[in-house]
Design a protein around this ligand. Structure first.
Ligand code: SF4
Length: 590
């Protein structure tokens, strides 16, 4: 029988469950695999889905399952996308709705994995949510057939459509023949009155394609917001595909010629998460970076009209009392928690994705996730995190091996710290004006090295940090600045920004700004290398640390490859982009 959910039109029979692997035949109909349910349900604010012109600051229950009909390189949620239905306990729609009501959410939203792979499940969820007066929506690649879309459009209130690009080539790289059904569907949803926002990935070299997307969206309606997702290379994607924040900002300026509202994500410190009046350019509301694909309003957006008379198209009312997510919660941030567990499992030699899902299930209750969130912020507490994961994975000896490696190096840096001269250090992410939270691991690495983190003076918190003024940096005058290894910035762009913002701290004058290597300071056990990197930079010429030798030992012992052969990207668990590991037939992603 042919599945009619999406344009692939797979044949489903006793041997085939379709491309997304989540459907089966039951007599003469196709149904959702009975093992299918939602793997998680957490309250989040709508700007983390992200939707920026819909019930601003509203609290929604985010749900996710497994399966996807696309296969995109570098997918942030690849593990969820690639996994098959779970023969484990999951949430059914009625339980999700109950949770949404209990937690005072405005509605439910399916994210992270593709709802086309969970269509019947999602349809039931939307129906039951609406019966209870809740809103329902999703993030989707929108490759549905016309027939499915017409039905779905009557059930959902809002959608964020993730567009891969304009050209068929951009879709072919996800194993999909054409972009045409996606634009057809956006147009139809808009006509049906569904609130639609679009997101498009900008990876280095696809500028023309992104501009063409803006033109196509504009043809449907220039009022549809276009969210530009600066590509962060996870999975096997090479780091060369990552555009700098500066390059992404410049592309956004071009897109504004076509559509009224362009937003830039994955770019800490950017002003392009704000809403500006399309008529006169006045600032209407401010937002800041809030983790991958996420944003947060700096203050409630209550007036949707500009002084010049122009009204911004926003659906729904603003929730004035902002909801703050705990720990890892908030849109795609949960996928980073997955990445952190994956990072440890890889070092324990576990490369089977299904073991990750098993371990995840054991720690995914909100209480344990909160404990984990604390463990990963302090060097010694991280050892408890390794022990926890090793125990859940039934690999205690391998866990102790990793702990022993880290502990030995911690002692080494501790000895150095005792004779340190208390340098003042500032730690930022992507921009000089985006400061990492005081309690973050990166700042704790600085204090562990015996130095003073000026970030500890911050009186506010975000995820993973907050926008600060140049005054804050100049006032505290750091001797050294580190740029996070997760979201970075080329040094020439960084120095130029310091000049532009009037940042004249000693670190800038003495050229003591360093970009920490990818994933060497947070999320992956490789932070121990980052700690040694920091200690080495703060004790120039006399740290006694041979960083290359240490990195080589770590990579050989825990990844089975020499450091010099690695071409890292932003993945927490993979030591290198491209094909890895060579001695295993199965390639892991995420
Ligand atoms: S939803 Fe899945 S099974 Fe159905 S046509 Fe699409 S890829 Fe194939």
């Amino acid at each position: 029988m042919q599945c009619n959910v999406c344009e692939f039109g797979c044949e489903i029979d006793e041997y085939s469950r379709g491309r997304c692997g989540t459907y089966v035949c039951a007599g003469d109909t196709i149904v959702q695999d009975p093992g299918m349910g939602y793997l998680g349900a957490y309250p989040v604010s709508i700007e983390t889905i992200p939707l920026l012109h819909y019930y601003p600051s509203g609290k929604f229950l985010q749900v996710f399952g497994t399966g996807c009909n696309f296969q995109c390189s570098g997918c942030v949620a690849r593990l969820l996308a690639s996994d098959k239905p779970l023969s484990r306990s999951t949430l059914i729609p009625s339980q999700v709705v109950e949770r949404a009501l209990q937690q005072d959410c405005l509605g439910v939203v399916s994210t992270l994995n593709e709802p086309a792979a969970n269509y019947y499940l999602f349809r039931d969820l939307a129906v039951q949510a609406k019966e209870q007066g809740l809103l329902a929506g999703c993030s989707t690649n929108c490759y549905f057939t016309e027939e499915t879309l017409n039905k779905l459009g009557q059930l959902v209130d809002f959608m964020n459509v993730g567009i891969k690009g304009y050209s068929d080539k951009s879709y072919i790289s996800c194993g999909v023949p054409s972009s045409a059904p996606v634009f057809r569907n956006i147009s139809r949803l808009f006509d049906m009155g569904v609130h639609v926002e679009t997101s498009v990935v900008y990876s280095w070299g696809n500028e023309t394609d992104v501009i063409k997307v803006a033109e196509m969206v504009s043809d449907i309606s220039p009022t549809i917001p276009v969210q530009v997702m600066r590509f962060i290379p996870f999975g096997d994607a090479p780091i060369e595909l990552e555009p700098s924040v500066g390059e992404a900002e410049s592309l956004c300026a071009d897109l504004r010629k076509y559509v009224d509202y362009v937003y830039l994500f994955n770019s800490p410190g950017t002003e392009l998460l704000n809403t500006y009046c399309p008529e006169c350019g006045s600032l209407l509301t401010e937002r800041e970076f809030y983790g991958p694909m996420g944003s947060r309003p700096v203050r409630p957006w209550v007036t949707y009209a500009c002084d010049c008379g122009k009204t911004v198209s926003v659906k729904g009312t603003t929730t004035v009392e902002r909801f703050n997510e705990e720990g890892f919660m908030g849109g795609y941030r949960i996928s980073r928690a997955f990445g952190m567990v994956h990072g440890v499992l890889t070092c324990l030699g576990i490369l089977d994705d299904s073991r990750l899902i098993d371990v995840w299930r054991e720690i995914s209750d909100s209480g344990t996730l909160m404990q984990v969130h604390h463990m990963i912020q302090q060097p010694y507490a991280y050892l408890d995190f390794v022990r926890l994961i090793a125990e859940k994975a039934n690999m205690p000896e391998k866990g102790e091996e990793l702990i022993s490696f880290i502990r030995t190096r911690l002692e080494l840096v501790k000895a150095l710290a005792a004779k340190n001269s208390n340098h003042k250090v500032y730690y930022c992410m992507g921009s000089p004006l985006f400061a990492l939270n005081a309690g973050r691991m990166e700042n704790n690495l600085v204090t562990f090295s015996g130095d003073v983190s000026i970030n500890k003076q911050l009186r506010k918190e975000g995820k993973p940090g907050v926008n600060v003024s140049p005054f804050f940096i100049n006032e505290h005058n750091p001797d050294t600045i580190f740029i996070s290894g997760f979201l970075s910035r080329p040094l020439d762009e960084f120095y130029a920004l310091c000049r532009e913002y009037g940042i004249h701290a000693d670190a800038v004058k003495q050229q003591r700004i360093y970009a920490v290597p990818p994933s060497w300071d947070f999320g992956s056990p490789r932070w121990i290398l980052g700690l040694m990197y920091i200690a080495d930079k703060l004790n120039p010429g006399n740290s006694g640390i041979d960083l290359r030798k240490e990195a080589d030992e770590f990579y050989l012992q825990f990844y089975g490859m020499p450091f010099e052969e690695a071409t890292p990207n932003r993945s927490f668990h993979r030591p290198t982009s491209g094909i890895w590991p060579r001695h295993f037939l199965r390639c892991t992603h995420a």
